[in-house]
Write a protein that binds this ligand. Structure first.
Ligand code: 13P
Ligand code: SF4
Length: 348
């Protein structure tokens, strides 16, 4: 089942993003950074940023005792942090997850319009009746969903742990209703052999990586290892040496015995990869197939809506607070906390 979305109006055009993010002069940028640092301290606030955000924001989060990570660690960090206020530089579902887990904290986002095609492709009003039609299935949703969808789910998972959760449920003989990412769902199905009914949404950034163009690139760099985020199509995933969450791909660059890596995910991840493994050669996986032009060009336009100015504005004005209806939040908490408990049990 798939919702119809008018991408023309839902997706911010790259040109608009460039307009929203004029290249700041270095001095101006430094002034913004200093002001943000002061406000974070004054307000007992912490900055939590995803690897796909502007490297300037990632650096700022690191320098100020915040966190730069994948969506699983963002959720964990926000919950465990003693800060009263969490600034989430990422997309909407990440802000909502922080609120679901920490209702007592103030959660602010630089831009509340920063969305995700997976979240948009799985509207609660379509998803809930679909679940009701399959009462014998355990409902597992990817964290890239709204609070209302999480509230209907039995489990929330992230890409870093999804396969292990499905293995665990499948071993108990459970049938799975999976949403919303059809590519991640298919990948997990192939790895685990689980009985899975798949919702049919996808990530419009990872959808652009194409196997034919990747094969041509691999011929030019035969020794390169291919790293793929599982939101990519299965034909691309099949070519990978490593398939994993953003953190797992960064770990691969640090730890694998190889010099060159072709990376199929949002290219802002290169900042962290280069910082942690400066001697490695990183090559962007091609987008849009052989000879075609890309729309997203391996960078999520919604992630690009996070800016220094946006962070300062929310700290100064207290606007863009993320709210979640309390009845929905209580239900979404159960399925999201199950994820954190499961992740903790794997560490023990
Ligand atoms: P990660 O959990 O791997 O960081 O993925 C989140 C995401 O939105 C990838 O597109
Ligand atoms: Fe959503 Fe894809 Fe952007 Fe991640 S990269 S936030 S999955 S649209």
């Amino acid at each position: 089942m798939k919702s119809t979305i008018d991408w023309e109006t839902s997706v911010p055009a790259t040109a608009d993003i460039e307009h929203l993010k004029p290249h700041l002069e270095e001095q101006e940028q430094q002034q913004l950074i200093e002001k943000i640092k002061d406000k974070l301290t004054e307000q007992n606030a912490v900055l939590v940023a995803h690897y796909y955000t502007d490297p300037v924001l990632q650096q700022l989060a690191d320098e100020t005792g915040g966190c730069v990570s994948d969506s699983l660690e963002m959720a964990r960090f926000g919950k465990d942090s003693p800060a009263e206020k969490i600034i989430v530089a990422g997309v909407r579902f990440m802000g909502e997850t922080a609120k679901i887990l920490s209702p007592e904290k103030t959660i602010l986002m630089p831009d509340l319009e920063a969305n995700c095609s997976l979240d948009l492709g799985c509207a609660a009003e379509d998803f809930i009746p679909f679940c009701d039609q399959h009462p014998d299935h355990t409902v597992v949703v990817y964290s890239n969903t709204s609070a209302a969808v999480k509230a209907r789910a039995d489990w929330v998972v992230t890409s870093g742990i999804a396969t292990k959760v499905i293995e665990h449920l499948s071993a108990q003989g459970k049938k799975i209703l999976w949403a919303p990412d059809r590519h991640l769902g298919k990948y997990i199905q192939m790895v685990t052999g689980a009985d899975m009914l798949l919702w049919q949404a996808s990530c419009i950034v990872h959808d652009e990586f194409k196997a034919d163009a990747l094969l041509a690139l691999k011929h030019k760099h035969p020794d390169a290892k291919i790293l793929v985020h599982p939101e990519s199509a299965y034909t691309v995933v099949e070519m990978a040496d490593v398939v994993g969450s953003t953190t797992q791909l960064i770990n691969a660059v640090q730890n694998m015995d190889a010099q060159t890596f072709i990376v199929a995910t949002d290219n802002r991840i290169f900042y962290k990869m280069q910082e942690l493994a400066p001697d490695r050669t990183l090559i962007e996986a091609p987008t849009g197939g052989v000879g075609a032009s890309c729309t997203m060009c391996a960078h999520c336009s919604w992630m690009a809506m996070n800016s220094l100015q946006g962070i300062l504005d929310v700290l100064e004005q207290g606007h863009n607070e993320v709210t979640v209806d309390e009845t929905v939040r209580i239900k979404a908490f159960e399925s999201t906390q199950r994820l954190l408990d499961f992740a903790a049990s794997l560490k023990n």
